[in-house]
Ligand binder design. Sequence first.
Ligand code: AMP
Length: 214
Amino acid sequence: MRAVLLGPPGAGKGTQAVKLVEKYRIPQISTGDIFRKNIKEETELGKKVQEYTTSGRLVPDELVVDLVKDRLQQEDCKNGYLLDGFPRTISQAEQLDEYLKERGEQLDAVINFEVGHDTLMERLTGRRICKVCGAGYHVKNIPPRVEGVCDKCGGELEQRKDDTAETAEKRIAVYEESTAPLIDYYAKNGALKNFNAEKDHSIVFEEIIAALGE
Ligand code: AMP
């Protein structure tokens, strides 16, 4: 299964990715996670992308595409992968298509999450992430058993720097301008599958696997 998760920030892509990875036994490739890891480890790439990610702007295509191509060549991607947060521009999508063509591969599905603005803002500003294991929570919708503490590993929960109301608004606007055009792009090549992601995450998951098949 080669699939792309497409949708605005806060649509639930990461939440579904965790479940889909387990079900289909393929790796999740999240460009946002890769960037955050590099920023934390203060690598060269981390230094280059930090300013973009914290302000909610997109990292330039040339810093993203080669990174993803390298990752797709690793052994664990042989039988498929789940791209989460990539592509985010038409140019990234075209370069991904080119890469897939060279390898004689194609995307099986582009899973498009449809969610309204107010829900996105509520989800983004309430989101909390475990500092240690990266597990995701929401202060109201997916609360941990003990406030501020990860159920899975006991780590401290924190808010992503770009989940403040101001940066979240910016990221949604950037999505509308640069990423939403990919919906038409993938509708044309036939891989697009739309899901109402306002629904509870377990229902969305059932609907996705019903559409993708076993
Ligand atoms: P995410 O975790 O997917 O919300 O991504 C966090 C941030 O990383 C975004 O707001 C961008 O600054 C950057 N980013 C992640 N993926 C991409 C991409 N495919 N193209 C450009 N910037 C990206």
